[in-house]
Design a protein around this ligand. Structure first.
Ligand code: HEC
Length: 154
């Protein structure tokens, strides 16, 4: 008896996970695309001042670096979750390349590099290693490019 209940429970879970990963309605897919693009808009907003600091267009501001590096770290942690939804077969406006869902391990690894690099900047600013800031900001931009080169349409 117990055994069959467990079996039923297991197959229900299996079915449930199949139905979420297989077919998304176009409405669900549209939402998924909107959410992941929103994360990137926040990423862009928070990395903007780093671009200006790297180029010497604005003075180094440690409080701002700390705040935005913290945010970028958090945002990077959301990326794998918000790319679970496989929108390949839906009619959506997206620059995400299909091969993301053939290479989710590598995609998530590239997201994790953004996590690592934003944490390194955060550590540097908290330890007042001011000669490291520019290099570590550049390293964050490197993680954007590495992922876009492989997984984002131009
Ligand atoms: C792990 C992969 C990955 C990383 C890391 C990454 N991106 Fe992206 N980015 C993407 C993908 C994929 C898209 C396309 C999303 C879509 O159109 O559905 C995208 C889209 C964007 C967009 C357009 C969003 C929109 O509204 O259409 C911006 C801006 C952006 N990324 C900025 C950045 C910046 C800045 C960084 C680094 C700080 C970064 N991304 C890091 C994969 C990544």
């Amino acid at each position: 008896m117990l055994k069959s209940v467990t079996l039923i429970a297991a197959s229900t879970i299996l079915l449930a996970s199949f139905s979420t990963s297989a077919a998304l309605s176009d409405k669900q897919a549209k939402n998924a695309v909107e959410f992941r693009k929103s994360i990137f808009q926040l990423v862009k907003s928070n990395v903007g001042p780093f671009g200006a600091m790297v180029k010497g267009q604005m003075p180094i501001d440690e409080a701002l670096i700390e705040k935005n590096a913290t945010r970028l770290h958090q945002l990077s942690l959301m990326l794998p979750d918000y790319f679970v939804a496989d929108t390949r077969s839906n009619d959506v406006q997206t620059s995400a390349l299909d091969k993301i869902w053939d290479n989710q391990g590598d995609f998530n690894y590239k997201a994790q590099n953004m996590t690592t690099k934003s944490k390194e900047l955060l550590d540097a600013v908290q330890n007042k290693q001011s000669d490291e800031y520019v290099g570590k900001m550049r390293a964050i931009f490197g993680t954007c490019k590495a992922c876009h080169d492989d997984y984002k349409a131009d």
